[in-house]
Design a protein around this ligand. Structure first.
Ligand code: F0G
Length: 355
């Protein structure tokens, strides 16, 4: 998929591109959200990438760069999705992979992916920010190649999602909403939108305009909103449980250059949006992925959406990464599947089809 945008990526016809078929993800109309808000709302479903998150777009480029540099081993820090992606792409590249994750704070699905792909997984007694510091130090002092989004190749790959949005819609939306954790993705989208709005060589600009970037952090892990690092970030949205984002300045630039915002959404707002996406739109995501949608609800309730606006919301990772959240009610009580006898009348009665 990335090949499609090769002229805008750091590759040549000779480059050995490490790919698992990432990109080309669906842009789905959010009919119910559109009904509610009066806006035209689209969901960019990044959980449809090979390892179930947007990270694959960046990882194809990072692993391609690692191979070009002659690396034998890669390393990353992760809240789970980056480690799953790095492990898969390292396998495809024939490289060994080490991942550093905060102990007890990554979902089972992501843990399973990293191990299934054969990564060396080290659980660190600390948070993501500590893991990233460790990963950077390892890459500085030892022969391991860093594939976190501080590696510019990652941002290059991830910007292709903005290209896809414009290519499908015919222009940039008015607003692009997404979760913000380590802030690589908002940086990448903004880069993509900027590049598409500028002439390239002899070719004219692809899009006439650029969207306002609306980034949303979890309230317990909202350093950019607070204006200072958060030493003990805390949220149920473990993927964005980050207190000191590496791309902090770039995220602020995306916000300011686009006339956008970076705001916080509470965990219960994230879970409400998570449930709306699955139960109303038919799109199952992991909690962190719902932060962009939660932000749109928040802005709608504050009267800050104008009817007719075109909004794209990126949902970043698949619901099966962290399926437990689908099994409970919004008040936290478990959902109990009903039991019936092997009998059509009992089944019909349970379904309210017979009195
Ligand atoms: N959504 C999901 C599902 C994520 O996994 C992440 C980041 C984000 C949003 C935030 O994106 O960091 O570019 O601002 N996950 C990283 C990881 C930190 O290690 O998997 P960001």
């Amino acid at each position: 998929m990335i090949r499609e945008y090769a002229d805008r990526l750091p590759v040549t016809a000779q480059t050995r591109v490490i790919s698992l078929g990432e990109g080309g993800t669906p842009l789905v109309r959010a009919e119910k959200l559109a009904e509610l808000t009066g806006c035209e709302v689209w969901i960019k479903v990044e959980g449809m990438n090979p390892t179930g998150s947007f990270k694959d777009r960046g990882m194809t480029m990072a692993m391609t760069a690692a191979v070009a540099a002659g690396a034998q081993a890669v390393v990353c820090a992760s809240t789970g999705n980056t480690s799953a992606s790095a492990a898969a792409y390292a396998t495809a590249a024939g490289l060994s992979c080490a991942v550093l994750v905060p102990e007890g704070k990554i979902s089972m699905g992501k843990l399973s992916q990293a191990l299934a792909h054969g990564a060396r997984l080290l659980q660190v007694d600390g948070n993501f920010d500590n893991c990233l510091e460790l990963a950077r130090k390892l890459a500085e002092a030892y022969p391991v190649f860093l594939v976190n989004s501080v590696n510019p190749a990652r941002i290059e790959g991830q910007k292709t999602a903005a290209f896809e949005v414009v290519d499908v819609l015919g222009d940039a939306p008015d607003i692009h909403a997404l979760p913000v954790g380590n802030a690589g993705n908002i940086t990448a989208y903004w880069k993509g939108y900027r590049e598409y709005a500028e002439p390239s060589g002899n070719a004219p600009a692809v899009s006439a305009r650029r969207p306002r970037m609306w980034g949303f952090q979890a309230a317990g892990a909202a350093p950019i909103v607070a204006g200072h690092p958060v030493t003990e970030p805390d949220t149920i949205a473990t993927a964005i449980r980050i207190g000191n984002p590496a791309s902090w300045e770039q995220a602020e630039a995306a916000r300011d250059e686009s006339g956008g915002v970076i705001e916080a959404v509470a965990d219960d707002q994230i879970l409400e949006a998570h449930r709306w996406l699955s139960a109303r739109e038919g799109v199952f995501v992991e909690p962190a992925s719902a932060a962009g949608a939660a932000g749109i609800f928040k802005k709608f309730r504050a009267g800050e959406l104008q009817p007719g606006q075109r909004i794209v919301i990126t949902v970043t990772g698949h619901g099966l990464k962290d399926p437990d959240w689908g099994l409970q009610n919004l008040d936290g009580t478990p959902m109990q599947p009903e039991k019936v006898d092997f009998d059509v009348v009992s089944a019909a009665r349970a379904l309210g089809l017979e009195g």
